[in-house]
Ligand binder design. Sequence first.
Ligand SMILES: [Zn+2]
Length: 491
Amino acid sequence: MKIALGALLFEGNTFSPVVTDRRDFASKYLFEGEAMLAGLAGSGTEIAGAAAAASATGADILPLIATHGGAGGRVAAACHAELKATLLHRLAAGGAVDGVCLALHGAFVAEGIDDVEGDLLAAVRGIAGRVPIVVSCDLHAHVTQDMLRLCDALIGYRTYPHDDAYETGERAMRLLLDIVAGRLHPIMRACRAPLLLPAQRQRTAGDGPMAGIVALARRLETGPVRAVSYFPVQPWMDFPAMGFTTVAVGETEAATAEAAERVTRAAWEARRAFQVAVHAPDAAIAAGLRQPGLAVLADAADCVGGGATGDSAGIAAWLRQHAPEAPAALHVVDAETVRQAQRHRPGARFRASLGNKLDPAYGTPVPLDVELVSLSDGRFRYAGGLMRGVEATTGPTAVLQSGALTIVAGSLSAYEYADEVFAANGVDVRTKKFVVVKNPMNYQPAYAGAAQYVLDTPGPTTPNLARLPWGRLDRPTYPIDPDCPPSFVRM
Ligand SMILES: [Zn+2]
């Protein structure tokens, strides 16, 4: 048996004006052909999990391409065309296969193409013919009718933070092998509600509203229903037909459709419990100062993992004004300041104009007198999450000190899991009063026990969804339209 295997992962954000290019993929992982199996061996990626599941049954792999571009604005047309062509060329050149297993984010957007996954699956179907195709997606996939129509089964990560990419790859490959062997004749049904949820309350562990949805999905995976996947959707995409979608894969029509609808209805019923309290930066800093130990300031509106640039430095100004004596750590994307730092030796002082250059829509650079502490090549290794074990880079990186504030300035953005970037640059955030994080979720377990504040700052990944300039989104959609009536679209 021969199975084609590939991964083309990227999370788009249509509110980010920055065009994502090949460098953004290469700075995480980008492997072609055989190199992808060796390059990702031992990692926590879908490819490693799927390859292990295939080899356990003796199936041969036709390796295509494996890459993750993180998240950002639309991918440049030329970059997308190259990645797609590589995958398709290797699929065509590899000869007949018995099945195709693809890890796709589900929210990949490129210049001129809103539904990259649907477009890719149509091309893959054109080459592979009627063989089974199984797709695994990120929990934040925007599942479209085309994606469902063009594959045989679609599943998603079960956890957020995403610590199960490897297991999701394993599950996708096992489903595919069952279909190829004739042990499963899948029916796929989906159900969508006009519901966008801020990410902060989507933690799948614990006792929040998402945990109840996860438990329901697991209970429904019984008898003829093989997989129930919930997709709260990456909420920062201005497209029609957005919403919370559940996809069920099963063997009987009625049970499969019912499972999809029950989970989406449960999400709708819980919608108010997903809303998140946000704090003005000065109020969060004042509250943090009153707490013992480390306090986390979550600048979630500048979430790299959600497609923002990571170049907002606004919190540096708030900290300087409201807590000038408090040791604090901030990671910011600012290649220009790094180039400036490279002209100096450690210990030298210079005037920096920090951040807010890539995406000037949400703030202006912060002028700061800084001392250069150290320079690095920005390499670090992910300790967990969907790139566990993968070596990535923030490009040339400088550690700068401005009063009590320690700044790690990198040249490239990087998806943030825990404190890897700080640690790789010799910054121990546990010795600080404040750490600024730029993600909506991963910091919650990473800094468990610390006081945590979600900031109400401007940016393309704001938890305050009504702040965004929506145009194409179907209206009404909750919570942008608080009185939105329920509706459940069967897909
Ligand atoms: Zn996600």
